[in-house]
Design a protein around this ligand. Sequence first.
Ligand code: ZN
Length: 124
Amino acid sequence: MKKLRKARVERKQCIRCGKSLSHETLVRGVKQCEKCLDYQHRRKLGQIHSKVNTTYFYNRQYKKDDIKRKKLGEYMVKHRITIKDLAHHSHLSQRTIQRILYTESNYSKKTKESINNYLGKELL
Ligand SMILES: [Zn+2]
């Protein structure tokens, strides 16, 4: 799956459907066509309920991760740990911590371990 996505990015195609991306889309740095972006946006808003099993699987993974992100955020607030503190003590960049907290992007096992090690808890 990752390979296919990479190949599509290189060929300047939408990572979801493989359609060639328009010039405007490429300039914006978006990796999906307008149609797929719109679909994803509407699905997030709950206007579309996907029945495809593979999508269900991905949704489930995201949800599990989101709970962890939320827990980490709450823990940091409760214990007054700033992003700067956490980045410093876990030897990660502040940008990495921000990405984990505020976006859906993936993080590595190493990142996860660094954070958990510092907190002394299996939060992430
Ligand atoms: Zn597409």
